[in-house]
Design a protein around this ligand. Structure first.
Ligand code: ZN
Length: 293
């Protein structure tokens, strides 16, 4: 097969589309990386630690009720602070994947610096739960042109940070001996941050959307992607979607998505393993050239 644009992607026999529920367990890391002094803000730190302490257990119970396996992207700092939470996610049969060390902003950084963050994250996941992840998601979905090569050199099977397609595809990485990587694209419309994140003096617009509105929006995306034979990848943060009404709305969505005929509900690792079998030659990403006027 060659590159796909939704319709015609060769999902496993009996499946016409795929979906994955993913959780980014950012906790305190995404605050502290930009503002180390925020460590003094007890309420803000608690708002973030709610994710691993309360949100993750609630989400694990929900996923268990629904018999769905999910992918959890865990920054190394979260793994160092909450190793038992990481072990509990593993014990429930879910996938652990890489999400930086301290949720570092990767924008514009050198390959050397990015490699160091990747390696620190790998070491922390190993320390916490003996995990060697095959998947990576860049903090804030911010990649550099050298990112695919760094991932391939470290043996990652897939990335899930780019926003340029509706189905998985192979990326040409130019890494010696490890020529390609699978990309499983994401979409800001399928991220709970835009819907729910608000903390005075830190982030958000001040509007916290109704979970009913969010359910409607995500359900429309899921149905459209199912109809087109696409891939529905939802990103949630336990400090947001791990709160009661939001988890209830998410559970309703999980139930509906499971009920779509021929919808494969699985982990990104399994989607990547399948894509590795069916995707054709790697796509070469072209960096745009801007000429001075
Ligand atoms: Zn994140």
């Amino acid at each position: 097969m060659t590159e796909q644009d939704g319709a015609g992607f060769a999902w496993p026999a009996g499946c016409r589309a795929a979906s994955a529920f993913t959780f980014d367990v950012d906790a305190e890391s995404c605050v502290l990386v930009n503002d180390p002094a925020a460590v003094d803000r007890m309420s803000l730190m608690g708002h973030q630690s709610y994710g691993p302490r309360v949100g993750v257990p609630r989400l694990l119970r929900m996923l268990e009720r629904q018999e769905v396996r999910a992918t959890f992207f865990v920054p190394g700092f979260t793994a160092d602070c909450y190793p038992d939470v990481v072990k509990s996610i593993v014990d429930h049969g879910h996938e652990i994947a890489h999400h930086g060390y301290l949720h570092e902003p990767m924008r514009g950084i050198s390959a050397e610096d990015e490699a160091e963050f990747l390696d620190r994250g790998l070491e922390a996941l190993d320390r916490a739960a003996g995990v060697r992840p095959v998947g990576y998601r860049a903090p804030w979905w911010e990649t550099n042109w050298h990112t695919p090569r760094l991932l391939a050199e470290r043996g990652f099977a897939y990335d899930s940070s780019l926003l340029d397609d509706d189905v998985p595809y192979r990326i040409e990485t130019s890494a010696p001996g490890t020529p390609s990587l699978i990309e499983i694209p994401v979409d800001w419309a399928l991220d709970d941050w835009e819907q729910y994140a608000f903390y005075p003096g830190w982030t958000g617009s001040g509007v916290i959307e109704s979970p009913l509105k969010v359910l409607e929006m995500w359900w429309l995306e899921a149905r459209a992607r199912h109809a087109e034979g696409g891939c529905f990848v939802l990103t949630n943060h336990p400090f947001l979607s791990g709160r009661p009404a939001k988890t209830h709305a998410l559970e309703e969505l999980v139930e509906r998505v499971k009920g779509l005929d021929g919808m494969w509900v699985t982990t990104l690792q399994e989607i990547a393993a399948h894509a590795e079998e069916v995707c054709g030659p790697g796509r070469v990403h072209q960096r745009p050239e801007v000429r001075p006027a």
